[in-house]
Write a protein that binds this ligand. Structure first.
Ligand code: 5AD
Ligand code: FES
Length: 396
């Protein structure tokens, strides 16, 4: 599946040896260009780096690259978690269909519009409409939602609704949705199949789907979880290279956080790797991946994820912003639904209102000397801020 777009893979047994060789060969990247063209083994070296002085250099270079390429502004994407229904059985995700222990909700049209109105009043440039793969949110419902938000508030709209049908994706694009988020989760085909069983035996290649989304004019966002069981350093380096290969407009990464009501959380069907090959799901590893993603994809929009706040509520998100990220996603979901959108446990911002998140996020941005972004904050290289629907390719 993904092998066609990845460089030749290497036997995991060879990794330790290779890493030793790389560690001895001091990496001397002097320009942003050199960082952009980092090899897989240079990436692995950084992922394994523990020396504080070397890491300080990585943070500095990533922050510098962020400043030169996407500037000082932190763009805000207001997140509306519109439904926790999901037909899929992802082994890592707390809202998967098999989890009978959560109550399911689906927001009404008016409730969603109220959240979009709040985004508008807070001057957020974008709303992210996210849900499980929920076919109760039908083509027409999402289409009219998109049209309404565009007409009434003129916000940029990101959809994150899973692997939907080509016809739906096209119709929402025609309704003027600007962006689509779909994490490919891991570029290791075997691991992907284990954690993400197909629906009705139909295998969807998410990378192919992202390319289709790009062809019909969406800005595309994707990413992976960091430290999921079975993810090796080599896999994670491949993931980062794949971000570049598919030229993502947005790169979302965050720590894997085990959910006790999932098969992975219960240690069922887990892919075990020896501890020296397994990527740890740590805060430090997340910063490394954010920094490397920035160096390798300098113009991408990169959020400092809410999941980082789960590992470090005090300053996880600010630290991400200082190590390459330029986006935050304040939550707009009504408080009565927040705890039900439990993709992983102990999520940050479960009890805070949209207003509280707005002022909290603003103070975090000001505290690190950055500015709040104005406008849609589209990916600079595409700059599709006001979508030209005329450019939509009719062939999907
Ligand atoms: N830990 C961390 N991230 C998770 N996601 C889903 N479940 C978890 C978990 N247990 C992420 C996936 C998904 C996104 C919406 O949330 O990457 O694509
Ligand atoms: Fe929600 Fe800080 S962003 S409380």
């Amino acid at each position: 599946m993904y092998s066609s777009v990845l460089e030749e893979s290497q036997n995991p047994e060879q990794i330790n040896y290779t890493v030793d060789v790389i560690t001895k060969k001091q990496i001397n990247c002097e320009t942003i260009m050199e960082y952009k063209n980092m090899t897989k083994y240079e990436i692995i070296k950084w992922l394994r780096e523990e020396n504080p002085e070397e890491l300080a250099r990585l943070w500095h270079e990533a922050d510098n690259t962020r400043s030169v390429n996407v500037g000082n502004e932190v763009h805000l994407r207001g997140l509306i978690e519109i439904s926790n229904h999901c037909v899929r059985q992802c082994a890592y995700c707390g809202i998967n269909i098999k989890n009978a222990s959560i109550s399911r909700y689906r927001m009404t049209f008016d409730e969603i519009i109220e959240c979009a109105a709040m985004a508008h009043s807070f001057n957020y440039g974008t709303v992210v409409i996210q849900a499980g793969e929920d076919y109760g949110l039908d083509t027409e419902f999402i289409g009219s939602l998109v049209r309404h938000i565009k007409e009434e508030f003129g916000l940029a709209i990101t959809l994150s609704l899973g692997e939907r049908k080509d016809t739906e994706l096209l119709s929402w694009r025609k309704a003027r949705a600007d962006r689509y988020l779909l994490r490919f989760e891991t570029s290791n085909e075997q691991l992907y199949e284990l954690i993400h069983p197909p629906s009705n035996n139909i295998k969807i290649d998410r990378v192919e789907l992202l390319c289709k989304l790009r062809n019909i004019g969406y800005e595309i966002g994707s990413g992976v979880m960091i430290g999921i069981h079975g993810q090796s350093y080599e896999n994670l380096a491949d993931d980062i290279l794949l971000f570049k290969k598919i030229d993502l407009d947005m790169i979302g990464v965050g720590p894997y956080i085990p959910h006790p009501s999932t098969s992975l959380g219960k240690n069922i069907k887990k892919m075990n790797l020896s501890s020296n090959l397994q990527v740890p799901a740590t805060e430090l590893m997340c910063y490394k991946v954010i920094a490397l993603s920035r160096l390798i994809c300098p113009e991408a929009n990169i959020p400092s994820a809410t999941a980082l706040a789960t590992l470090n509520l005090t300053n996880g998100r600010e630290t991400g912003l200082c190590r390459g990220a330029n986006i935050l996603m304040p939550n707009l979901t009504p408080v009565k639904y927040r705890s039900l959108y439990e993709i992983y446990p102990s999520k940050a911002c479960i009890f805070e209102t949209a207003q509280q998140c707005q002022s909290c996020i603003a103070s975090k941005i000001h505290a690190i000397g950055r500015a709040i972004g104005k406008g849609p904050g589209s990916c600079k290289k595409r700059n599709t801020g006001n979508t030209d629907v005329g450019k939509i390719c009719s062939k999907f």
